[in-house]
Design a protein around this ligand. Sequence first.
Ligand code: TXA
Ligand code: MG
Length: 314
Amino acid sequence: MTGKPIKTRRLAGDQAGIAQAASILRAGGLVAFPTETVYGLGGDARNGEAVARIFAAKGRPSFNPLIVHVADIEMAGRYGILNAAARDLVEGAWPGPVSIVVPLRPGADLSPLVTAGQDSVALRMPDSPVALKLLREFGGPLAGPSANPSGRISPTTADHVLKGLDGRIDAVIDAGPTPQGVESTIIGFLGDRPSLLREGAFVPSLDDMEVETVTTDQPIAPGQLASHYAPKASVRLNATRAHPGEFLLGFGPVAGDLTLSTKGDLVEAAANLYAALHECDARDVRKLAVAPIPEHGLGRAINDRLRRAAAPRD
Ligand code: TXA
Ligand code: MG
């Protein structure tokens, strides 16, 4: 990372904090904001310099496309072309933890950096009162990748954001821990049938949506890169007990040094996942073992993140 450190302010999630955040964003600055999934690193999606600053702050190795956060479906339609299936989905699911990838509307006023020069765009209306107030007050689209340094664990609190990005961004709006804890599900509407591009927090009705899972090795979504969401520790999955020297992350019947949900609740486990991984980093855990998580509902997204955390690192 180059560039002099800047002072990062912690803003409250009230009217004054949101107004301050919107004015920083209008000036091309960066503000991390809460969503129902994880904290996002917001910048004006129409302003190429603001978007470039997002990549610099995160230390992203390449210009991957970013999700564009919108205040409503009408705003989504200004930037993307929603076919009938996409429209059906968002009318039922927004605001909520599902992002859609649709054709970019020709002439849309977005920085090409946001779409990585592709002719598709990812759109999302988050289900968070603070995020929605910010989007309305700002009055435009916000690029918003997760507010963590590239390749590290996503943030579910303002403290996590500051741990990774203090001095690199203008402000963070602190509205407490995010309720859902894993990123949005991403569904593509570019071909004849919807395709699942990333498992995530949106579970209901996905099973009966006839969504095709993408089989290509091509990582169009960086969440699809193998080593991602990585804590500093090595990670062993499906552990029913700790080996010597291991720190055990428990679930349900497997009690750990930390437990994602003692009652085996996948919603609670998803909400606690990244905070638990941050805690392992804070405790300088070197070897982490994780209890089996059932592969259904939100368990699919949790296991997806854990497999990436366990993947070989570069
Ligand atoms: O829950 C979330 O989605 C969080 C919160 C902050 O909203 N955001 C998030 O953004 O996870 P990010 O940038 O970390 O992940 C965005 C994903 C990436 O994997 C990116 O490649 C994919 O969306 N994406 C964005 N635009 C795309 C496009 N045009 N085509 C395919 N994938 C795209
Ligand atoms: Mg991310």
